[in-house]
Design a protein around this ligand. Structure first.
Ligand SMILES: Nc1ncnc2c1ncn2[C@@H]1O[C@H](COP(=O)(O)OP(=O)(O)OP(=O)(O)O)[C@@H](O)[C@H]1O
Length: 243
């Protein structure tokens, strides 16, 4: 990690429908490392990611990405985003889906092979996306983002529905990307995945309770399990409690 912030979020308030769902978030995401965004369903992880990629209307505050306001045209090829619902062309094969994005971003065919391999879909490269399982479709989406070789990768629950071996392999891939300088912001509600992250953003009910390393979280709470440590932090924070 080189120490500078790739993403700088200041006093961010976001409203969705009638409710404020992010309540003054202040966060700096370090470049060239993996930051895990963790918290229970509905706490605001996707909303925060949408702010980073510039697809969310914000009420107030600032989101600066690689020195520019989130959503700037200049960031389009520099920031990759993989949503929870896969967006791929059903009538194209796995390889052609990825090749399409490679062409958009001027990447060679070797990058296509590499991206398909990185998500464990080499065996399915010539299969139509329409004939894949949900988890496999998600991986095609991921390969489409990887092939562009963005400086920042924002991944919303990329390992949901994957078998344990593939999950481990994907996290290894994320670690390789971070080691090569890519900044990854990865959401999950599985605490054991937190172990792979250099920094954790622990969210609850629209607040960031802490930004801390896995080791720091253990130290701060005196717990050995990250799951227990997070619970400990939630109990201490009173966020979401009625009194
Ligand atoms: N389109 C919408 N209109 C109104 N409220 C919304 C909308 N989308 C999300 N919300 C609300 O915003 C809050 C944050 O949702 P968000 O999807 O960011 O949570 P999350 O942590 O990503 O959840 P999950 O882990 O289930 O994906 C929730 O209370 C949710 O009900």
């Amino acid at each position: 990690m080189n120490g500078s912030a790739a993403i700088d979020i200041r006093d961010l308030h976001v409203r969705r429908g009638r409710n404020e769902v992010l309540h003054g978030i202040d966060v700096q995401v370090p470049s060239g490392s993996i930051t895990g965004l963790l918290g229970p369903s509905g706490c605001g992880k996707t909303t925060l990611m949408r702010c980073v990629v510039g697809t969310q209307i914000v009420e107030s505050g600032t989101v600066t990405v690689l020195g520019s306001p989130a959503g700037s045209v200049s960031l389009r090829s520099r920031v990759g985003y993989v949503t929870q619902s896969p967006s791929v062309y059903a009538d194209l094969t796995v390889r052609k889906n990825v090749a399409y994005f490679a062409a958009l971003y001027g990447q060679p065919s070797s990058a296509v092979t590499e991206a398909v391999d990185a998500v464990g879909l080499t065996r399915f490269a010539t299969q139509k996306a329409a004939d894949l399982s949900g988890g496999q479709l998600g991986r095609v989406s991921l390969a489409c983002a990887l092939v562009a070789r963005p400086e920042i990768l924002v991944l919303d629950e990329p390992t949901v529905g994957l078998d344990p071996l593939l999950r481990v392999e994907l996290w290894e891939r994320f670690e390789e990307l971070a080691a090569a300088g890519t900044t990854l912001l990865v959401s999950s509600h599985v605490m054991d995945e937190a172990e792979h992250c250099a920094s954790l953003l622990l969210m609850r009910d629209g607040y960031v309770l802490a930004q801390v390393s896995p080791g720091g979280l253990r130290e701060q709470t005196g717990e050995t399990s990250l799951e227990d440590a997070f619970l400990n932090l939630i109990r201490a924070s009173h966020v979401g409690s009625e009194n």
